[in-house]
Each structure stands twice: as C-alpha cells, then as structure tokens.
Design a protein around this ligand. Structure first.
Ligand code: PLP
Length: 421
C-alpha cells in the first residue's frame, strides 16, 4: 500500500521555504517570491490577542457572535450590507475557498493567470477547471470577456457545466484592480450563464484607491460569495484569520450550512483568541484604519518604484494598482534570453535565481502558458531585515527612498537591465 498524495505542496509556500533555506545558508538572495505582507504587528492588536488568550473554548463553528457582527459592519462600510448570520470565520480564507469550491455546484472557471491555490483546491474538490486568459490590455483578476463567452460555449458543446467563476480583486499575481466596467461586464456574463461568483477580496483594503473597488457582490448579491481575511491588510498571515460572506438567499444559506459541515469535520472553528483579534480589527478603530493606510502607502510606493525599474529596462508590465505584486512579461528580451537557453516562465525564474540571486515565482505556477516569459514579483519582503527597519518603512513618506529598500530595487533594476546584451 502506498501513501495517497492528493496534491503537491503549494508552489508559493514551497518556493518560500526553499529560498529561506538558501538565505540561511548565506546566499545573498533578493526574495521576491512570497506574498507575505512583511510588516510588524501593531501593539493594540497584540493587546487584543493577549486579552483573548484565556478564551480556550472551541466556540461556534461559524465564529463568535461578536466577530461575525464586527465582520458584518466591516462589509457594510464597503457598500455590502450584511447580517452577522451571513458570515463564517475560519483559520484563513484559504480554508473557506476550499470549502466554497467544494460545496458550490459545477465546474470551476478561473482567470489565467490566477492565484496558485484555486486550481489545486478545485482539483481536491473533484472539480474540472476551465481556464480563461485575462485581457492582454486590461487588469488581471477577471477573465477576458470574449474568451469567457467562448470557453462557456465550448464547455456547453462538450456537455460540461461550469458553475463557479473565481475573481480576485485586487488581483494576485498581477497587482491590478479590475475597473468597474470590467467587473460589470464579467457579472453580466456570469448572470447570463447562471454562474455563481467567488470574489476573493483579501487585498481589497490594499487597492491604491480602495473606495473605487467595485465588488461583484454589489451587482449580483444573490450569487456572489466574498472571501477576505486579515493576512494582507494587517499582515497577520501566520495568525490565520479568514472570513466569508454568503448571499442572503436560500442557496446562500444552504451553502453556508454545507461549509459549516465541512468546517466542523476539518477545523472546528477559527481559534478563539484570533476571533478576539478579528473583532477588534474588523470594528476598525482609528489606529487600525491608520495602520492599514500606512501599509497601503508603503506597498504602493514600493510596487510603483519596482515597476519603474522594470519598465526602464524595457520589460513590459501592467502598472500596479493594488496589493504588492507585479507580473512582468520578459517577451521584449526573448531573443537575449533564448541565447541563455531561457524559453519560458520556469526557466526564467531559475535564470533569475541562478544568475542574479533573485527569487521570483514562475508564471506557470499561476496557470500561465509554459512558454510565456512571465513571473510574479512580490515586493512585500523588501521592507527591512529588522523590526526597526520595517517600522521606519511603515512610517516613511517616501518608503522607496529608504536606503535598504532603494538598494533592493536598484539591484532588481540592474539585474533586469543586464538581460540585454
Ligand atoms: N487569496 C489570495 C489571492 C491570496 O494571495 C492568499 C494568500 O496568499 C489567500 C487567498 C489566502 O489567504 P489566507 O491567509 O486568508 O488563507
């Protein structure tokens, strides 16, 4: 008898562990491969955790009344009126995305590229994935409308039944926010084809213009499931705090029940002390609002500065509009890369690591074509090696001008410039 290996380790966690080992072994790696919002925890949030420490009961599977009420208020302040009973908390939104993909009916449609775990989770849930490219001249996180129509028609011809479309606003890996027009067009198609939407809004508060993010749940509330969490806006990834907002409909309630069944058998509940943290943060006291605003400024300034370095070196890249990612396309230097035997995303990532000690994640991990010369760059681990440097980065008016951030950005700039002969 052999072990059942259902899914390989997530590409993003695997590359992080590998690069951390190389760094520990003394290699001067510029780590741009992991989507961790490397920032310190505010003192008031540590206090909320400490005060929740004595709470060691399991509590309700969906989460405490207080945390769900705070989440409902958080959504309502983002133009999504919510009853606490529409909310479920969990140890990370990743768990909830898996639960949603498992319980919602039908095959799964994903933009390509999209975040690494959707396809793996759909496979775990026994779902077929239909991949649809994003628009070449538009934002990521939503599929190209014509390609989406085409894929849905192809699927119908093959007797398949796509039922769920996953959107990411702002997007990982492209670091862009779909415009209101792009979201509207996507929702129109989803509506016409009876698709449910999962709107992954974990980076929502890190959109450069958060007020302008249009959630599909505003347009199609009856069939849109919104997931979010505190991993990105508050940089609390390791604390594992995620939540979902289900539609206020019979089907939404049924999906919630079905997810609670899975949750009760797999993780029981979000850790009780973390629910105290969630309650505190989601109620958005002024110090939290301020912390998120400073983080947004830091991510924005660093991503924009990294983008400028890439573009100056002749690399194509969508300008960043949210989160802390860039998704450059090295097609303009394909001939030069071909001379180094680099002809696709995986070889590009290996080349950048071996030749320049720069760690990025190949576009292939995000479902991109193997021959595409694209990769994802995360700028969020550049903020400093020490807690003090990271605090300075958070407080800086022009973070990209801080010597340690500037040095890393310059290193990236000269490496990509060096790809030319
Ligand atoms: N969705 C996207 C697009 C992400 O980038 C991530 C984390 O990298 C997650 C979900 C998972 O977040 P969580 O920490 O809430 O499980």
């Amino acid at each position: 008898m052999s072990v059942t290996n259902l899914v390989p380790p997530s590409a993003t966690l695997a590359v992080n562990e590998r690069l951390r080992r190389l760094i520990e072994a003394g290699r001067p790696i510029l780590h741009l491969a992991f989507g961790e919002a490397g920032l310190p925890v505010p003192e008031a949030v540590l206090d909320a955790l400490r005060s929740g420490g004595p709470d060691n009961g399991y509590g309700p599977v969906a989460g405490s009344r207080e945390a769900r009420a705070a989440a409902a208020g958080w959504f309502a302040r983002r133009r999504l009126p919510t009853d606490p009973d529409q909310v479920v908390l969990a140890p990370g939104s990743k768990a909830l995305l898996w639960a949603l993909l498992s319980v919602l009916p039908g095959d799964v449609v994903l933009p390509a590229p999209s975040w690494v775990s959707y396809a793996a989770q759909a496979a775990l849930a026994g779902k077929r994935v239909w991949s649809v490219p994003i628009a070449t001249d538009g934002a990521g996180g939503v599929p190209d409308p014509a390609a989406l129509e085409q894929t849905l028609a192809d699927a119908a011809r093959q007797g398949a039944r796509p039922g769920v479309l996953v959107l990411t606003l702002p997007d990982n890996p492209t670091g862009t926010v779909p415009s209101a027009g792009e979201v509207r067009r996507t929702v129109e198609i989803a509506e016409a084809h009876g698709l449910s939407l999962i709107s992954d809004e974990i980076y929502r508060d890190l959109a450069h213009e958060p007020g302008e993010v249009l959630s599909p749940a505003e347009l199609m509330p009856e069939r849109t499931y919104v997931t979010t969490g505190l991993s990105k806006n508050m940089a609390l990834g390791g604390w594992r705090i995620g939540l979902v907002r289900v539609p206020d409909t019979t089907t939404g309630r049924a999906a919630r029940e079905a997810m609670l069944g899975l949750a009760s058998e797999v993780w029981s509940s979000a850790p009780a002390p973390m629910q105290h943290v969630a309650t505190y943060v989601l109620n958005e006291p002024p110090e939290v609002v301020e912390h998120v605003a400073s983080s947004r400024r830091l991510h924005r300034s660093t991503a924009i500065a990294a983008h400028a370095r890439l573009v100056a070196a002749g690399i194509s890249c969508r300008p960043p509009t949210g989160g802390f990612y860039l998704y450059p396309d090295f097609e303009p230097v394909r001939p030069e890369l071909a001379e180094q035997h680099v002809g696709g995303g995986d070889a590009l990532a290996t080349h950048l690591l071996e030749r320049y000690e720069i760690g990025v994640l190949s576009g292939v991990a995000f479902g991109d074509q193997p021959a595409a010369l694209r990769c994802r760059i995360a700028t969020s681990l550049l903020y400093g090696k020490t807690e003090d440097e990271r605090r300075q980065a958070l407080a800086a008016e022009e973070p990209a001008e801080l010597p340690w951030i500037k040095a890393s950005l310059d290193r990236l700039g000269s490496a990509v410039a060096g790809l030319h002969p």
